[in-house]
Design a protein. Structure first.
Length: 184
């Protein structure tokens, strides 16, 4: 399955770490464009002067790790597309040009299902997407979550429960399901 990762799912470090861990385990093929990555880098500016530099370093690393993920700009495709937020048309154009099955985003209002369906593309939210992958084969998602949680704790020096970590990453449904599986 090919999935375009919108900037809003690349920006939170923990969520990006989990998603790319699951992708590296072969559960889906991530796609993005230079514009999506630029949007992510610019969004980090509000975190302070070093955040954008750090994001650009991470972009270099993920492009090296996933060399087939970069989709060339599809400006010709963009011209025929319409979304509620014109600034998101490039994401849909990337999905079309990359022959994606889905766009992974938190921005449901900006990507109406009927518009995407007309292009043969689904809109997926990260929590539901990862929960579905986990429910079919828990191993890859569980491994990615544990690695991401470990890295986050190493950086912050603060231990969190898995459920709290996943809730903070925008994945409360996945956290609840994983906890229920352990205690059930």
């Amino acid at each position: 399955m090919k999935v375009v990762l919108d900037a809003c799912v690349l920006y939170p470090h923990a969520l990006r770490d989990i998603l790319l861990g699951v992708a590296a385990d072969g559960q889906f093929e991530p796609l993005w464009s230079a514009r999506i990555l630029e949007e992510w880098a610019r969004a980090t500016r509000k975190l302070g002067p070093g955040a954008e530099v750090e994001a650009r370093g991470a972009i270099t690393l993920i492009n090296d790790r996933f060399p087939r993920a970069m989709v060339r700009d599809a400006t010709g495709v963009e011209a025929r597309l319409h979304l509620p937020d014109a600034n998101d048309v490039h994401v849909l154009a990337t999905a079309i040009a990359g022959h994606a099955d889905a766009i992974l985003t938190f921005n449901a209002m900006d990507f109406p299902r009927h518009v995407l369906a007309a292009e043969g593309i689904q809109r997926r939210d990260p929590d539901g997407f990862l929960w579905e992958l986990w429910s079919h084969d828990d191993g890859p998602v569980t491994r990615a979550v544990l690695r991401a949680k470990g890295r986050a704790e190493a950086v912050t020096g603060v231990e969190k429960t898995r459920r709290a970590f996943l809730k903070r990453a925008g994945l409360p449904k996945l956290g609840k399901a994983m906890d229920a599986a352990v205690s059930g």
